[in-house]
Ligand binder design. Structure first.
Ligand SMILES: C[S@@+](CC[C@H](N)C(=O)[O-])C[C@H]1O[C@@H](n2cnc3c(N)ncnc32)[C@H](O)[C@@H]1O
Length: 254
């Protein structure tokens, strides 16, 4: 299965049904930051790998901004369009791949990525983002970073092979900071959210038990979807228990 196909089947079948419990804290965080720095200004915001578009629809409620969100999944973008049909003048959703970003130079005041950039191993992405960001524009980047190189046996494991798209492009914080600086970004904030990640781990364990002992889950999810959700939860539980990953927010400006 190609990386793109496995990403699509992963998000379209199963993971999107879990809701935003995993990314919700990231959404709240980004909202707080933007409301503080962008008060009463008209802005063009880009959200990378926006999934169902929930962050965008919440964000623009309190901002005088226009948000464009893109995701590789046609299915999720259609979902985002449908659920935001009343807000077309402030929100736009389109299908695009992080590996091939279709925007002009200096198009955006703010770029947001909540667990998005880590889906690409392509190192030119940061350069591309700098290119499409306006001067003094901000890049708000919350993601998973590697604490150490992934052990060989972890990478060879069934769980990793089936879900590797999630951790495909994950880098160490050090290498990502270096890359941001080399591409012309000035780092203004680095904040760790490992405590939140630990909490998510605890919730993931409970959630895993719950969905497998819960007959409602067997109705909501198909057997194939349950399998995907289980693998996805196991991947993060194992990576966290082995202390391989951390969750960090980087804010930088051009
Ligand atoms: C962890 S989810 C995060 C979704 C959203 N940012 C949020 O916070 O709710 C990752 C998203 O990345 C998308 N994705 C994965 N690979 C991508 C790619 N190459 N280009 C664009 N989007 C991609 C997936 O379809 C999925 O919606």
């Amino acid at each position: 299965m190609s990386q793109r196909t496995s990403t699509l089947s992963f998000y379209e079948k199963g993971v999107y049904k879990i809701g935003d419990s995993v990314t919700l804290f990231g959404h709240q965080l980004v909202r707080k930051i933007l409301e503080n720095i962008e008060k009463d200004r008209h802005n063009r915001i880009l959200e990378i790998a926006c999934g169902k578009g929930n962050l965008g629809s919440n964000l623009i409620k309190n901002l005088n901004s226009y948000l464009t969100g893109f995701d590789v999944s046609n299915f999720l973008i259609n979902y985002a369009k449908r659920s935001n049909a009343n807000n077309k003048e402030k929100l736009e959703f389109l299908v695009a791949d992080i590996e091939n970003i279709p925007f002009r130079r200096e198009s955006f005041d703010v770029i947001i990525s909540v667990f998005g950039v880590s889906f690409t191993g392509n190192s030119t992405i940061i350069q591309e983002l700098n290119y499409i960001l306006k001067k003094n524009g901000k890049f708000i980047y919350l993601d998973i970073f590697l604490k150490k190189n992934l052990p060989h046996e972890f990478k060879k494991s069934h769980i990793f092979q089936r879900t590797c798209t999630c951790l495909h492009g994950v880098k160490t914080l050090q290498s990502q900071l270096l890359q941001l600086e080399n591409c012309g970004f000035k780092i203004t904030l680095i904040e760790s959210y490992d405590a939140v990640l630990q909490k998510i781990l605890e919730d993931a364990k409970k959630f895993k038990e719950k969905i497998f002992s819960n007959s409602v889950a067997q109705i909501i999810f198909t057997k194939e979807e349950l399998d995907i959700v289980r693998l996805w939860l196991e991947l993060y539980i194992e990576a966290l228990e082995k202390d391989l990953i951390s969750c960090i927010m980087i804010i930088s400006s051009k």
